[in-house]
Write a protein that binds this ligand. Structure first.
Ligand code: PLP
Length: 455
């Protein structure tokens, strides 16, 4: 077979891709007729595809390329680390400088009292770690019956069997099932589910489902609650301001562990280093991945508070991955964090998000089909609707309007994702004001083309 390169005709690449490559979250046989769009290069917030199109990436890949594409410093660091020590593990009392330095740096950036990091290869793996961590914690405290983890419908915590079970997405549970000991309460999705309540009353009511669930299960059986500060893959659902304080009150009252899944919200996305800081959440454990390395290397982890780490550490914890703290991934993540600090990227998020992007994002509601616009830092969503006042859904015979709109975005060289009829953005954190203008212009045109197409 000829060498496969960027220079091959797109159709040939697509045919090979469809023949051999099984894609995640894709109907793979459909790739035979409608080939994948093949990306070849990235710089800043811009991608180039195999046809030479310049695409603005409104999703930072999968919410991860926080420092933008094409930062060659990370490749330089990876090469140096591979040459020096390509691999060693962190099992059985061994360590290496990149893992030590990265753990120390994360502890420096994390909220007070969160000083310990257990590394994994991804966010899903880290959440699997969390299931074992919280159960081991209660075992070690002499309360082994505390095993149940309470999570939320339409939350996303990954795609391994553990992460997928914590997540509250029925489509994922339908493909492979769900482990025992995870239960779900409702999500704080005001637009879709708030009915006639005020957002604050709805936020309180949804948080109080946690208390009802704890009482129903018996607090002696409950290990932890897990939630994303802002649900990402569920559609960038920003909770009403009453929600997290009430969750915190309940978690404190019943003494269960709180896991904040910061895989998306961590490392600047919400305008602070962690989403927990933006929402005043005090977690015992935070899940991290994605922005930790800006996606340049696969790495994730659990940031663990002093008390939980002390209890877990009192005996051997029979858990770990071959690539826990992988030296190349750790060195790249460290370089990514160095760049974020030196270039004040978290402050940049605040500077461009409010009021500049926030105003333009809310301006999309002037379109007749846009009924809701939410934004926290550089993650945002809009709801597409046939009737704003009624917060109505499209009738099922129209199909998924979000999907149609996403296709228009793609055609207009803008990557936006859809979750049902919600359109979402999460661009690289380095996006400039001029690039925000381009993103908004292309979003408006795409929404409008979709709207006209529906008539
Ligand atoms: N947790 C959250 C909040 C996520 O958004 C994701 C991925 O999107 C994950 C966990 C899973 O991370 P990964 O895909 O790295 O396994």
């Amino acid at each position: 077979m000829n060498k496969i390169t960027n220079h091959m005709p797109t159709a040939e690449l697509q045919a090979l891709d469809a023949a051999h490559h099984m894609h995640p979250f894709t109907a793979n046989t459909a790739l035979g007729s409608k080939g994948a769009r093949i990306m070849t290069q990235g710089k800043g917030v811009w991608l180039t595809d195999s046809e030479g199109n310049k695409i603005i990436d409104g999703m930072a890949g999968l919410w991860c390329v926080n420092i933008g594409y094409g930062r060659t410093e990370l490749g330089d660091v990876a090469k140096r680390q591979m040459d020096e020590l390509a691999y060693y593990n962190t099992f059985f009392q061994t360590s290496h400088v990149p893992a030590i330095a990265l753990a120390a740096k994360i502890a420096e950036l994390a909220p007070e009292g969160m000083n310990h990091v257990f590394f994994a290869g991804s966010g899903s793996e880290a959440n699997d770690t969390n299931i074992r961590l919280v159960r081991r914690y209660w075992d070690a405290k002499g309360q082994p019956e505390k095993r149940i983890i309470i999570a939320r419908t339409n939350g996303y915590h990954g795609s391994t069997i553990g992460g997928g079970s914590l997540g509250g997405m029925s489509g994922i549970h339908a493909h492979g099932g769900k482990i025992a000991g995870v239960v779900h309460i409702g999500e704080p999705n005001y637009w879709a589910q708030g009915g006639d309540m005020t957002p604050e009353a709805f936020g309180l009511a949804r948080a109080q489902e946690l208390e009802a669930m704890i009482l129903n299960l018996g607090v002696e059986n409950v290990a932890a609650f897990i939630g994303e500060p802002v649900q990402g893959a569920g559609g960038v659902i920003v909770p009403p301001s009453s929600y997290w304080p009430e969750i915190q009150r309940i978690v404190d009252k019943y003494g269960i562990l709180l896991i904040a899944d910061e895989v998306i919200t961590g490392f600047g996305r919400t305008g602070n280093w962690f989403g927990s800081q933006s929402f005043g959440i005090k977690p015992h454990i935070m899940t991290i991945a994605k922005g930790l390395s800006s996606g340049y290397q696969p790495i994730g982890g659990s940031i663990v508070c002093d008390e939980v780490a002390a209890v877990i550490g009192s005996d051997e914890f029979n858990h770990g991955y071959t690539y826990s703290g992988h030296p190349v991934a750790a060195a790249v993540a460290l370089e990514n964090l160095r760049i974020m600090q030196e270039e004040n990227i978290v402050a940049h998020v605040r500077d461009v998000a409010h009021p500049y992007l926030a105003k333009k994002w809310a301006g999309l509601m002037e379109h007749p089909m846009v009924g809701d616009a939410q934004l926290v830092g550089l993650m945002g969503s809009i709801a597409l609707t046939p009737n704003k006042a009624a917060r109505a859904k499209f009738s099922s015979d129209v199909g998924t309007v979000g999907y149609r709109c996403r296709e228009r975005c793609f055609a207009n060289n803008l990557i936006m994702r859809h979750v049902g009829d919600r359109m979402i953005i999460s661009p690289p954190l380095v996006i400039t004001l001029e690039e925000i203008d381009v993103l908004i212009e292309r979003a408006w045109v795409s929404i409008d083309e979709c709207y006209v197409g529906l008539k």
